[in-house]
Design a binder for this molecule. Structure first.
Ligand code: BGC
Length: 342
């Protein structure tokens, strides 16, 4: 099974236009927050939560849910003193924040890595300090693909909580393939699309890019007109789509975005270019942000895929609590995606 996953992964990385380039980092506006007052007689656990960047629509929902879910678990006897810090998309900054968490004597750390390539260095520090570690959202991949990262397999106090991005990519491709015209608006027998990618180091971006097209290709021929990195950001999604629409015009039948933030930007560019989703272009994203669910309902987006931040944040917190109670944790915990269409 692991071998199969590894070869699928290798094939997956070969699909796509291959013209993606990395762009700048979005600005960050928020700083550290500390929540949940410690109280007198209760046992208080210190929880450190490090988020890769506060200025990210999806991770904002995720971190807010971590905070509020911890609150719901408090009793007269147990309190959680939760400190959430903003890595500002800067690995050096996040590494310092982890050092601080260790010095502050956190009882458990929940970590959304800035760069998965730094996973080992961080895991070594945290394990060395004897603190349980729950990795979230950005999965460090082992040599055999998913569920094979040595830093996780070798350390019983380290785990990963996430969603399998192949599933979200497949759902995106299926949303287009299941349309009456399979996305082929001009009836030339192939679907011409542009792809807007998240951070290229992120496995979510890689898998969504490849698996969306793989699923669509099972139904119809495809042509990639453009493939650019939008780094998960709305403004980049808008800029890339606007440029592509002015370059390729009516040739573009589908805009694939690795997330909804970029799809929101794409939708604005589509409207500005006088095009209409559902009539002369299709648009899909991932996350199912509230505003995007509304847009799917109104026909302003063809579809999206629910990235269940509630399921993922609650699982991460539940696992952290298990660790605080001295219970064993599994290596990996998975939460399903859900297809969202009208
Ligand atoms: C979400 C993106 C988000 C990214 C952050 C992905 O799973 O779909 O919206 O920007 O995680 O790592």
């Amino acid at each position: 099974m692991k071998k199969l996953l590894a070869s699928l992964f290798a094939v997956a990385l070969l699909v796509g236009c291959g013209t993606a380039t990395s762009e700048g980092t979005p600005a960050t506006t928020e700083t550290e927050t500390t929540t949940t007052e410690a109280s007198g007689d209760a046992k208080t656990y210190n929880v450190g939560v490090a988020i890769y960047q506060f200025d990210d629509n999806f991770m904002t929902l995720y971190r807010n849910e971590i905070e509020s879910y911890f609150k719901t678990l408090e009793t007269d006897a147990v309190k959680y003193n939760v400190t959430i810090v903003d890595g500002k998309n800067d690995m050096a900054e996040q590494s310092n924040q982890i050092d601080n968490f260790i010095t502050q004597g956190m009882d458990v750390i929940i970590l959304n890595l800035v760069q998965t390539s730094s996973a080992d260095a961080i895991i070594d520090k945290v394990v060395g300090a004897g603190i349980p570690l729950v990795l979230i959202n950005r999965e460090p991949l082992g040599e055999d693909g998913d569920e094979s990262y040595k830093g996780i397999l070798d350390n019983p106090t380290v785990c990963y909580v996430g969603a399998d991005a192949r599933q979200s990519g497949t759902f995106q491709g299926e949303i287009i393939a299941e349309l009456p015209d399979k996305g082929d608006l001009n009836g030339d027998g192939k679907v011409s699309y542009i792809m807007i990618e998240g951070d290229p180091e992120n496995i979510d971006a890689q898998y969504r890019t490849t698996y969306s097209i793989k699923a669509l290709e099972e139904a119809i021929a495809v042509e990639c007109l453009d493939d650019q990195v939008g780094n998960w950001a709305q403004a980049k999604g808008q800029e890339i789509t606007a440029n592509a629409l002015s370059q390729y015009g009516d040739k573009i039948e589908v805009v694939f975005c690795n997330n909804d933030a970029m799809a929101l930007g794409a939708a604005a560019a589509i409207t500005a270019a006088g095009r209409k989703v559902g009539e002369n272009i299709y648009l899909v994203g991932v996350d199912a942000l509230d505003e995007c669910q509304e847009m799917v309902k109104n026909g302003e987006m063809t579809g999206t895929v629910l990235n269940d931040h509630i399921g993922q944040s609650h699982t991460a917190v539940d696992v952290a609590v298990k660790a605080l109670n001295g219970e064993a944790m599994d290596n990996y915990y998975w939460v399903d995606y859900v297809k969202v269409t009208k």
